[in-house]
Design a protein around this ligand. Structure first.
Ligand code: ARG
Length: 716
């Protein structure tokens, strides 16, 4: 009897736990019928699970896309392939189409007819055809006693056969992704389109209004959207760019709601979140706060200072480096705010408690002790080693360095050219390919900017890392330049055949392997790469142990709390999150409303500050309240907040109301909850969305591209 009471009590506790954080969770769409739909409907959702995800009927998932295989998300909003995503997701493409004379970044761009849509080289749009749990197939050959290396081989082999079987001779792409650190595996089948064109982008004074100052912040007044179009071959299948291609006509596109949003409204976001680390341990948090985030912030800030000083001097450089700068600024601020939020919200303490509870649970019987008894001490031990050998910090430095001075990355890619030249066969195709690549590469490269970045990165590297990670190049700098990185950088950019397009092209006229291999940029790049490999070898020394500990920890947590619904970490696969429109209290005495309006744009307007300069035409429309049909009670809405659980990669995701109609686009998170990749905070975590009515207002009234609305399905 007692046991029964206890069991009921326990079940009740677990049930309430599983429903406590209804808005937390990045759910796999195929599992919502099992895990979420009842909860969703209780919260106000009017849709069935099949209307959201189904392989048998047209459904919402057919309108949700991944851009560039998961860098951003988007959705289809017309029967002619019209795609809506964020301005910052199209930013690189918009910058790429811009020149000083046609500055679409500053002024925006709107195609007024199909011929004016601009092809975006390299852009891809992927649709999920279906997904499937393939855990039993992938793990059928493994057991708990085998070596990790053998386990990995079996898994790789199984994944390989699965994907080959699906892809066959079709145009489909298949991938199998690990979930819960290798405890489960899912197959994803995609169709990827490669003829994507820019239809319209608002001026940066709308699409990036508030700039880096407002980025990650609320209240927000950014019209962060742009419009693309997907084209297919005449048969409807993916095709490379061609004039003969036709607008994509898919199974489903999203209707748009003109009815607006209010506090408490149920809503859904579907998209491709990139990565989270919700099972990170307290040791991992310590490493982030004390070691890797500070390194990341230091290096990105140093690069930003250099790039900014050049961007301020020249319009051509401002356009060339706009996208690099926005990337750096975005993630530098994210790291700063993540450290702050982790500290403020005491996430370390929460994780520690969870780990203590796990250890106590594991001690309760021999079976568990055998399986899970050493998991936490393994983490402690591995992170202690990492702290001592500084390998993770070194990795951060090497990545920032190799992604900093562009010439190093281009030199690294020239390794392939060097080996082809060495073979002394016919290298004409490879050379032609490199001429093409050079066209792309040197477009946004400036040797002065690059040189200063290289010098600064090397300086910081030497100052802050142990000698064992110094690349060979440092010896050369000591020997020939008395340790002066500035003089070395001068020499490199003067002498290297990779330091300018002209020099590289004349090298390609008479290419020789030796010349490339002796090139200072080529040698520097390879010496950094050697250091990177060294770091990786050190890390691999405990990678297996780490992976086993993680896999066991997550499996153990699930076993410990079987009533709880678990969702896997984000990994650039399609997810659904549901929640509601909701304000928040940011701090003591700081309460934020859930929406912003046009008034805030006029309040923030500051013609002396490029980040806050409102385009004249917009200012006039707003000042005269010329809102068309897009206002609510005479007020034009701009942005709103929801409780959804999203992260980077979700940018551009559609926000849907209870009927599955588009009400906005997700484009940011709030700084106060920036610990969210590690832990969702119920009170603080908000998704920042642009209201679809503001988007339509901009397209129609500001850009004069109202003809696009005729393709859409607007719902009153
Ligand atoms: N923080 C947003 C994201 O990571 C927007 C980034 C782009 N905007 C910017 N001002 N850099 O998705």
């Amino acid at each position: 009897m007692k046991n029964k009471v206890l069991a009921i009590l326990l079940a009740f506790v677990l049930l309430s736990v599983s429903n406590l954080f209804a808005d937390e969770g990045m759910w796999l769409p195929m599992l919502i019928s099992r895990f979420n739909i009842a909860d969703m409907q209780k919260m106000g959702c009017k849709l069935t699970a099949d209307q959201i995800y189904s392989v048998n009927q047209a459904c919402i998932k057919d309108a949700i896309v991944a851009l560039d295989h998961g860098g951003c998300s988007g959705s289809i909003i017309s029967g002619k392939g019209l795609l809506i995503t964020n301005h910052h997701c199209g930013y690189e493409a918009i910058a790429g189409q811009s020149t000083v004379d046609h500055d679409y970044l500053t002024d925006g761009y709107w195609a007024m007819r199909p011929e004016e849509e601009l092809p975006i080289p390299g852009k891809t749009v992927s649709f999920l055809v279906r997904m499937e749990d393939v855990t039993s197939t992938v793990l059928s050959g493994v057991n708990e006693t085998m070596k990790e290396e053998d386990r990995n081989k079996i898994i790789e082999h199984a994944i390989d056969s699965l994907t080959k079987e699906v892809e066959g001779n079709t145009q489909l792409e298949a991938s199998v992704e690990s979930m819960f650190a290798g405890n489960e595996y899912y197959l994803f089948v995609y169709q990827t389109y490669r003829d994507i064109r820019l239809v319209g982008a608002p001026a940066s004074g709308i699409g990036k209004f508030g700039g880096e100052t407002d980025n990650w912040m609320w209240p927000r007044h950014t019209g962060d959207f742009c419009i693309l179009r997907v084209y297919s071959g005449a048969d409807g299948n993916p095709s490379e760019y061609s004039k003969e291609n036709i607008p994509y006509h898919g199974k489903y596109f999203l209707p748009i709601s003109m009815a607006g949003v209010k506090e408490g409204d149920f809503s859904i976001i579907m998209g491709y979140p990139g990565s989270t680390d919700r099972y990170l341990t307290s040791y991992g948090i310590q490493e982030k706060i004390n070691l890797t985030n500070p390194a990341d912030i230091l290096l990105k800030t140093a690069k930003m200072d250099i790039i900014k000083s050049f961007m301020d001097k020249s319009d051509a450089l401002r356009i060339s480096y706009a996208s690099d700068y926005a990337y750096l600024a975005n993630f530098q601020k994210k790291s700063i705010q993540e450290t702050k939020a982790l500290t403020r919200l005491k996430v370390f303490d929460d994780k520690k408690k969870q780990e203590d509870a796990f250890e106590a649970w594991a001690r309760q019987n021999q079976d568990r002790a055998d399986k899970y008894g050493t998991v936490i001490s393994e983490f402690a031990d591995i992170y202690k080693t990492k702290e001592e050998d500084k390998s993770d910090v070194a990795e951060t430095y090497l990545q920032e360095m190799l992604m900093g001075a562009k010439v190093l990355l281009f030199a690294y890619k020239a390794n392939e050219l060097a080996s082809v030249l060495e073979e002394k066969g016919d290298f004409s195709a490879t050379v032609a390919d490199y001429r093409q690549r050079a066209e792309e590469f040197y477009k946004d490269y400036n040797p002065e900017v690059d040189k200063q970045i290289l010098e600064k990165m090397m300086e910081l590297y030497k100052k802050n890392l142990p000698e064992q990670y110094y690349p060979e190049t440092f010896k050369l700098v000591d020997r020939k330049f008395k340790g002066d990185f500035g003089k070395y950088a001068d020499y490199l950019y003067k002498k290297s055949i990779l330091a300018s397009k002209e020099k590289f092209n004349s090298f390609l006229d008479h290419p020789r392997a030796k010349k490339l291999q002796k090139d200072p940029a080529f040698m520097a790049s390879n010496s950094f790469l050697a250091s990177y490999i060294l770091v990786r070898v050190i890390q691999m020394g405990y990678e297996d142990r780490f992976n086993i500990a993680r896999r066991k920890y997550i499996a153990g947590l699930k076993e410990m709390d079987p009533g709880m619904k678990y969702y896997p970490d984000a990994n650039s696969t399609l997810r659904l999150t549901y929640g509601q429109v909701k304000p928040y209290e940011a701090a003591d005495a700081v309460s934020f409303d859930y929406r912003t309006t046009y008034k805030g744009i006029l309040e923030k307007d500051d013609p002396s500050n490029p980040e806050f300069t409102v385009p004249k035409k917009l200012e006039n429309l707003l000042a005269s309240k010329d809102f068309g049909d897009y206002a609510e009670n005479g007020v034009l809405p701009v942005c709103f907040l929801t409780t959804h659980d999203i992260t980077g990669g979700n940018s551009g995701s559609p926000v849907l109301n209870a009927n599955g109609e588009l009400i906005g686009l997700a484009f940011d998170g709030n700084s106060e909850s920036m610990s969210s990749d590690i832990k969702y905070d119920e009170n603080l975590q908000r998704t920042i969305c642009v209201d679809i009515r503001y988007v339509l207002f901009v397209i129609d009234k500001f850009a004069g591209a109202g003809y696009l609305l005729n393709e859409m399905k607007l719902q009153k």
